[in-house]
Design a protein around this ligand. Structure first.
Ligand code: UDP
Ligand code: MG
Length: 310
């Protein structure tokens, strides 16, 4: 049991002006007897978010801000936060109050009992039917394809011991799929259960296109199974091709003359089928090449504009 400790709360924010006040209020209430730092990573907000945060940071030095030069995306903003925390454990939380801050003391308790990672598992989630459906399938597909089991129905609301956070920050990868890496590390895990609320104010920054990209990124950075699937598909189509060839030759050699010239349908089916499979396979290979290309460019995944109270 750690007697004196500091908890770092990391909040990536992008255009959350309506949520800053209630979030800080509820966090402070939940952490009333716990020493904490509250690190906001402003991810290129274009509304009053940064102004509001600066005002809060002037009143309370425990509130710290890193403002990125532009919008780098939720996961990059979160990584930036993880790289700058100083606490003995850190907790990432969304700014929109979908993750109830009241659970933080329970998470800390589990950490004190020895867990390195405490997940907040979603017992229920108050989202649109569509979001629930896509999220459900995302985790299932991810786990089917990935070599590391990734806990289902947990987001980024999670407590991490400082050594887990350091492990994440020190990894040389640029485009980090945090949820996967945390599970990959093999640390001691525990969980608490939450009812995920609806957004307090504003609307989601993860529309379908972004969710699909996030899912694809996760799969590409965590698994080479799609390449395997492409190889197997190649075997199966070759087998079908061989059967087709034997049949075509048989027709030409042993059947009567009228059969020779009626192969148009078969031909078009074969050409389109092969074309589709080849394009998909090239696409899959392309995804991996793109990933390698981005990594070799060696660009930072975020740029810091200003720091406050740090
Ligand atoms: N966010 C961010 N950068 C972005 C998009 C989102 O920092 O480009 C933050 C956002 O302010 C929120 C968190 O990431 O604190 C989760 O975003 P959101 O609630 O829109 O995602 P959802 O809960 O719908 O998956
Ligand atoms: Mg949200």
């Amino acid at each position: 049991m750690k007697k004196s400790f500091l908890v770092s709360i990391v909040v990536p924010v992008h255009n959350e002006e309506g949520n800053i006040d209630p979030l800080i209020d509820r966090l402070k209430k939940s952490l009333s007897s716990i020493p904490f730092e509250l690190l906001f990573v402003n991810d290129g907000s274009t509304d009053a978010t940064l102004t509001l945060l600066k005002q809060k940071a002037r009143e309370d030095k425990r509130i710290k801000i890193i403002s990125l030069t532009r919008n780098f995306g939720h996961q990059n903003a979160l990584m930036c936060g993880y790289s700058h925390v100083t606490g003995d454990c850190s907790i990432a939380i969304d700014a929109d109050l979908q993750d109830p801050p009241e659970l933080i003391p329970n998470m800390i308790e589990k950490w004190q009992q020895g867990a390195d990672i405490v997940y907040a598992k979603r017992k229920t989630r108050n989202d649109t039917f569509f979001k629930k459906l896509t999220a459900y399938w995302f985790y299932r597909l991810m786990n089917f394809l990935s070599d590391t089991p990734i806990p289902a129905d947990v987001g980024d609301y999670r407590l991490q011991d400082a050594r887990v956070t350091k492990f994440l920050a020190d990894l040389p990868e640029h485009n980090k799929f945090i949820r996967g890496l945390v599970a990959w590390g093999g640390f001691k895990e525990d969980s608490v259960y939450i009812d995920r609320d609806a957004r307090h104010s504003g609307k989601t920054h993860y529309p379908l296109t972004k969710m699909v990209n996030f899912a694809l990124d996760g799969i590409i950075s965590f698994s080479t199974k799609p390449l395997r699937v492409a190889t197997y598909t190649g075997f199966v189509t070759s087998l079908l091709g061989a059967i087709g060839i034997i049949y075509a030759v048989y027709r030409r050699l042993f059947l009567s003359h009228e059969y020779w010239t009626t192969g148009w349908t078969g031909l078009i089916v074969a050409v389109l089928f092969m074309g589709g499979i080849q394009l998909i396979t090239i696409g899959i290979i392309g995804e991996y090449i793109a990933k390698m290309y981005r990594e070799t460019q060696n660009r930072p995944s975020y740029l810091i504009g200003e720091k406050i109270n740090i």
